[in-house]
Design a protein around this ligand. Structure first.
Ligand code: PDD
Length: 278
């Protein structure tokens, strides 16, 4: 069952209005929220970000946080998600239906859509790590907004895949930003380095958790820009996201990072994350 604009509908039978601005312009924002053992993880952080992003695009949210939580919980119930299940919950808000024109309509009513899907944790990849390719960050300059317009992210991921890599590490003029749908961390001499949370990256909820876990456990964290030379010389690399958690990256452009194995700091953070979600 999906939630679409106030109605519960069977998947496969949902209809989108051809002039829904989410559909025409990618005009809207979204969240992907983890469900561990049937329970929503980091709900508050995701919802705070959804409201912030809506505000940044001048979209008036017509739901209270409690109403959104109620819809999310109903999605879990109606889809029979139990304490045995790991899943993701997707929620998007489009600016609504209006005759196609670029300017923001005065009167459109935002459209909320949500679904839930079973999704296992990527535990095998956590042990092996992923290969990556360096790709030009061709996205826009408001990557802090979790926008429905994801064509930039789609293309950079595909450029990496076409080159035989599993994900893209993005850079702007040599400064490393993040991955196609995840934040990036480098480890050097036992400390973490990651791009500051400004308009060039999404302030990931998992990124915040990783930073907090690191600091609480004596691992220094530097939120500062670094370049592709620093990246290639890192002792370890990993990405963080709702679906991937703490995911090691073992090569870039076919070149191994350090010895090409999952590093000790990454393993430590994976263990801390594991405890955190229990
Ligand atoms: N992606 N950076 C980008 C560009 C992202 O799209 C995401 C999340 C992140 C990590 O954010 P978080 O830790 O809050 O998931 C960073 C989601 C999972 C997606 O689009 O599927």
């Amino acid at each position: 069952m999906l939630y679409v604009d106030g109605k519960w509908v069977e998947s496969g039978s949902a209809a989108v209005d051809p002039e829904d601005r989410g559909y025409n312009f990618g005009d809207g924002v979204y969240e992907v929220i983890r469900v561990y053992k049937g329970k929503l993880y980091q709900w508050d952080g995701h919802i705070a970000r959804l409201y912030r992003c809506a505000k940044e695009i001048k979209l008036d949210m017509t739901w209270t946080e409690k109403e959104l939580l109620d819809i999310a919980q109903q999605l879990l119930e109606k889809n029979k998600i139990t304490s045995n299940d790991d899943a993701i919950l997707y929620m998007q808000v489009s600016r609504g239906i209006s005759p196609r024109a670029h300017d923001i309509p005065g009167s459109s009513k935002p459209v909320l859509m949500g679904f839930v899907r079973l999704k296992d944790r990527p535990l095998a990849d956590h042990k092996k790590g992923l290969s990556t390719k360096l790709v030009d960050d061709i996205r826009w300059l408001r990557c802090d907004i979790k926008s429905l317009s994801l064509l930039g992210a789609v293309l950079v991921k595909q450029y990496a895949k076409d080159a035989g890599a599993q994900d893209a590490i993005l850079h702007r003029d040599g400064i490393v930003t993040e991955c196609s749908a995840a934040n990036l961390f480098a480890v050097k001499n036992g400390a973490l380095y990651t791009h500051p949370a400004n308009n060039m990256i999404l302030r990931g909820i998992t990124r915040e958790i990783v930073i907090e876990l690191a600091k609480n456990n004596g691992i220094a964290v530097h939120e500062e820009p670094f370049d592709t030379n620093f990246l290639m010389q890192a002792d370890e690399l990993f990405l963080s996201s709702t679906t991937a958690e703490v995911m090691p990256l073992i090569s870039v452009d076919g070149q191994a990072i350090a010895d090409g194995q999952v590093g000790a700091v990454t393993k430590k953070l994976q263990a801390l994350f594991e405890q955190h979600i229990e």
